[in-house]
Write a protein that binds this ligand. Structure first.
Ligand code: NAP
Length: 309
């Protein structure tokens, strides 16, 4: 069976183009959608993520701004920053880039976000809306997973979906979104017994563990649709040769950068057994920023009581 590659970059580009049109429409209605990003400290990966989010805003037409509290910021200082943004009428979306510096209580900071501006969908009020099937802001990565599945024409109702990983950021909300689409959902974690047997039941398998290529052939039912959220760095040449045999592009990338990305599913097993799979990189990753754009526009609409076109 030759597996279809689910091209997340193309789907994300489509969503961003739709967001551009929606942003123009909102601007014509007198709304200037605006995202504020709080980037505390100087985590290099966070700086890259925030740069790409600000760039995406510019492309879509969303106003943006960045607050940069120092690495020494306290929980109280970050709460004060969030409260300031909550109070501003011109700010539609607030994103607190994670991880926060170690001395900060991230949960306390996120709980201070005005739920209607919480474009990352991590406030308990938004997670509660997800649980009860009401309109709210869903976390970006799981919302992106749903977009990949739907826009690729993959049937969900009545099908067996297995999600591996139960974080609040990815696994749990992904399971709830699949359930809302009437899939029969199993949610697995590090204490699941015989993970391979449970995964083999899956017609849709969502892997979100952060364990490089852990899910191999024994975990995949032939014909499964694999959504690989895992983003892991391989920095051993022998591992790159094992997982990407004969892939000159990968190996050249490894030589250039000293590492390459791999998901939680063994790419050789996905190619051999799946009917469709998301590659890493270029699968789920690009959707996260695209969904942040859609969520910011949804927040702008919801706050102003405007309907979606
Ligand atoms: P996380 O908070 O560390 O959660 C990992 C989950 O996987 C936990 O629920 C853990 O179980 C489970 N797990 C770990 N090892 C396992 C094993 N051997 N068997 C079964 N379950 C296991 O991670 P996360 O934030 O959800 O992220 C997961 C992965 O997705 C990471 O690689 C991350 O980089 C990636 N990610 C990608 C994007 C994107 O845009 N592409 C966005 C977010 C995250 P317990 O609960 O029992 O500990």
């Amino acid at each position: 069976m030759s597996a279809r590659v689910l091209d997340g970059a193309a789907i994300a580009a489509q969503i961003r183009a739709e967001a551009r049109q929606e942003c123009e429409r909102l601007r014509r209605l007198g709304a200037l959608p605006r995202l504020a990003v709080v980037l505390a400290g100087n985590n290099p990966a966070s700086e890259i993520y925030v740069r790409s989010k600000i760039k995406a805003c510019a492309e879509v037409g969303i106003e943006s701004e960045k607050l940069t509290p120092p690495a020494t910021a306290t929980t109280a200082e970050l709460i004060a920053a969030v409260e300031g943004l909550n109070a501003r009428a011109d700010v539609d979306g607030i994103l607190v880039q994670l991880p926060l510096p170690a001395q900060v209580n991230a949960r306390q900071v996120l709980e201070q976000l005005a739920p209607e501006k919480d474009v990352d969908g991590l406030h308990p009020a938004n997670l509660g809306k997800l649980l009860s099937g009401r309109e709210g802001l869903a976390p970006c990565t799981p919302a992106g997973i749903l977009q990949i599945l739907k826009r690729s024409g993959i049937e969900l109702a009545g099908r067996e979906a297995v999600v591996v990983g139960r974080s609040e950021l990815v696994g749990k909300p992904a399971a709830l979104l699949l359930l809302a689409e009437n899939a029969t959902v199993t949610l697995c974690h590090s204490r699941t017994r015989d993970l391979a047997a449970v995964c083999r039941r899956a017609e849709i398998l969502v892997a979100a563990m952060g364990r490089p290529a852990l899910l191999g052939r024994d975990y995949l039912r032939p014909g499964v649709v694999v959504i690989d959220v895992g983003t892991n760095r391989l920095s051993e040449k022998s591992a790159v040769e094992t997982y990407f045999p004969g892939d000159g592009k990968r190996q050249a990338e490894f030589e250039r950068r000293g590492s390459t990305l791999i998901g939680d599913v063994d790419p050789r097993a996905a190619r051999a057994l799946a009917s469709a799979y998301t590659p890493v990189p270029g699968g789920v990753g690009p959707l996260t920023v695209a969904m942040l754009m859609s969520n910011t526009l949804a927040a702008a609409r919801l706050r102003r009581g405007l309907a979606q076109e």
